[in-house]
Design a protein around this ligand. Structure first.
Ligand code: PLP
Length: 343
């Protein structure tokens, strides 16, 4: 295992997550697939108003906000954004006011107050609704909100969509050192593949950079896209990885060959629950008693199951499914069990 980078240790960080997250074996799921050894890393258990991958990123983002003397944070996401809910909780934990830019059709408050949106309300987030779901629309609304708050005498800290910035991805650089230690101490066998859900690219970028720095280079990082085409997401992941390396002042070899994104599981699009994720969610629940969400982790698991069944990953001995969270969203998607209830 490589030494923990002192530049990473020196970055401002605010403790928010329950770490290290556990790693479990999925023997029943593995048997039901006739598949290789399957492990799961439980980042759905990071805490912070029900957990998820954003807790790791937010430790560095909130740390940076406090170091800059901010008194509030602004971020953006979809109606059922896990990132928005975790940002609201993180801000509250650090004594900052949370401002959220959220998408809903028509740009107005959606009728259903449930799932992550309910939790963001309980956390007292200030919510502004927008009617366009795109990274550009989010960033424009964030800029507008930041100006408005600054004019009113506040000191806002902007957290980009998905928490994916050079600072944010440090959460997953750190996570790869956590994994390396779990491998070294026998908590987990070294996987050949890590499969995970990828969307704004920060988790993947952090894993790439952290895997390289922690000496886990040989492990294949298999990102399963939930909404973006691989050719659109790839440059984002590459840019974030480079920005992260710059922030740490480390040399990065050519990583372009290591950015693996599967975009054939997008189905009908973001947050539209299809048969593959419905089946994957129920399979994991009924074989292992573990929940994944319909938007991110259920889709990623469905992709992984498909790749295993088609033998496209062979030969591999051990696959680690990195559970990135999303549990709170499940309550907003009754169509997981009852397809005719889809909006
Ligand atoms: C945000 C999110 C992801 C995707 O992570 P990115 O860093 O945005 O690629 C995956 N799973 C869940 C549950 C998320 O909330």
């Amino acid at each position: 295992m490589q030494p923990y980078p002192s530049q990473l240790r020196d970055l401002p960080r605010y403790p928010l997550a329950f770490l290290p997250t556990p790693i479990q074996r999925l023997d029943r799921l593995s048997a039901s697939l006739n598949g290789p050894t399957l492990l799961i890393k439980r980042d759905d258990q990071t805490g912070l108003a029900t957990g998820g991958n954003k807790a790791r990123k937010l430790e560095y983002l909130i740390g940076s906000a406090l170091a800059e003397g901010a008194d509030c944070v602004i971020t953006a996401g979809a109606t059922q954004s896990n990132h928005a809910r975790q940002t609201a909780a993180a801000a509250r934990a650090a004594g900052l006011e949370p401002y959220l830019i959220l998408y809903a059709p028509g740009g107005s408050t959606p009728p259903q107050l449930t799932g992550n949106l309910l939790l963001s309300h309980i956390l007292g987030a200030h919510i502004h609704w927008v009617g366009t779901r795109s990274v550009d629309a989010y960033n424009e609304a964030i800029r507008w909100k930041a100006e408005q708050l600054t004019r009113a005498g506040h000191r806002p800290y902007v957290i980009p969509y998905g928490g994916s910035s050079a600072r944010g991805i440090m959460g997953y650089v750190d996570a790869m050192f956590e994994l390396a230690e779990q491998i070294q101490t026998g908590v987990a066998t070294r996987p050949d593949v890590i499969a995970f859900s990828t969307s704004s690219g920060g988790t993947q970028a952090g894993m790439l950079l952290g895997g390289h720095l922690a000496g886990l280079d040989g492990i294949r990082l298999l990102g399963i896209s939930v909404d973006e085409r691989a050719e659109d997401l790839r440059p984002t992941v590459e840019a974030l990885t480079r920005q992260g390396a710059e922030l740490l002042g480390v040399e990065l070899p050519d990583i372009t060959q290591l950015i693996e994104i599967h975009d054939n599981y997008i189905g009908q699009g973001y947050a539209v629950v299809g048969e593959p994720e419905r089946k994957a969610i129920q399979l994991l629940a009924t074989t292992e008693g573990i929940l994944v969400d319909p938007v991110y982790t259920g889709r990623a698991l469905a992709g992984l199951i498909d790749l295993i069944k088609k033998g496209l990953l062979a030969p591999v001995a051990t696959i680690l499914f990195w559970h990135t969270g999303g549990d709170a969203a499940i309550f907003a998607f009754s169509e997981v069990v009852n397809p005719s209830s889809a909006p």
